[in-house]
Design a protein around this ligand. Structure first.
Ligand code: C5P
Length: 227
């Protein structure tokens, strides 16, 4: 696909809707570059917590990020690694502490502008599938294909619970559900870059779908577009 013209596929949706696992697998199958925008917000949250113990009560949080260099690599095995000042923090950013603190970081307009510029830069040379909340609306409003992946809160809580379990983290599913509902509210109500289901996005409710079927469906949407 990269040999032909460059295309951008934006995949938005709420936490736990399967965006990243679906997008990674689609990228692998169709030889696209996968970019995880949420990982950049997570990396910033991780960094601010490392430096300050709690997220500083200040606007323009990007002022704290002047000496920080972000990088992301989509590996051949279909995993995605995120680096901060050359340190691989891919695992460090998948914790409940990060999830609990990320809302305030993602609400900061200076952080959003910084992240958007990084995401656009990473996409310059490649055909890309990028997942997030505002990819089709703000980061790439002219994306060739926009997809909105959704699922019920219950289904998403179970998926997140399983993800944590796989990485050996012991969490309470009720807490996860509460957190997901809270994150939905935060993600859907921020003044800039909020998550919203737009009319120009193809809507897929994955609650009752097998992962393989979602992957097949997204691949066929992209192939149809590319033909
Ligand atoms: O996708 P993931 O769950 O890793 O995203 C974590 C958080 O990062 C979201 O809940 C949201 O606060 C923020 N985010 C965002 N805009 C994006 C991607 C993620 O605000 N495009």
């Amino acid at each position: 696909m990269t040999e032909n013209r460059k295309i951008i596929i934006a995949v938005d949706g709420p936490a736990g809707s399967g965006k990243s696992s679906i997008s990674k697998e689609v990228a692998k199958q169709l030889k696209l570059k996968y970019i995880d925008s949420g990982a950049v917000y997570r990396a910033i949250t991780w960094y601010l917590l490392e430096k300050h113990d709690e997220i500083p009560a200040k606007h323009n949080l990007s002022d704290y990020l002047k000496d920080v260099f972000f990088d992301q690599v989509f590996n051949e095995d279909g995993t995605c690694s995120t680096f901060l000042n050359e340190r691989d923090i891919s695992n460090d950013i998948r914790t409940e502490v990060i999830a609990k603190n990320i809302g305030i970081v993602s609400d900061d307009i200076s952080v959003r502008e910084l992240v958007n510029s990084i995401l656009r830069k990473w996409s310059e040379m490649y055909s890309v599938i990028m997942d997030g909340r505002d990819i089709g609306s703000v980061v790439f409003p002219d994306a060739n294909i926009k997809i909105y992946l959704d699922a019920s809160v219950d289904v998403r809580a179970v998926r997140r619970f399983e993800e944590y379990k796989e990485t050996g983290k012991n969490v309470d599913i009720k807490d996860i559900k509460k957190q997901i509902a809270l994150r939905d509210t935060q993600d859907m109500s921020r003044p800039f870059g909020k998550l919203e289901r737009r009319e120009d996005a193809i809507y897929i409710d994955t609650s009752e779908m097998k992962k393989e079927d979602v992957i097949r469906k997204v691949c066929s949407i992209i192939k149809d577009y590319s033909m």
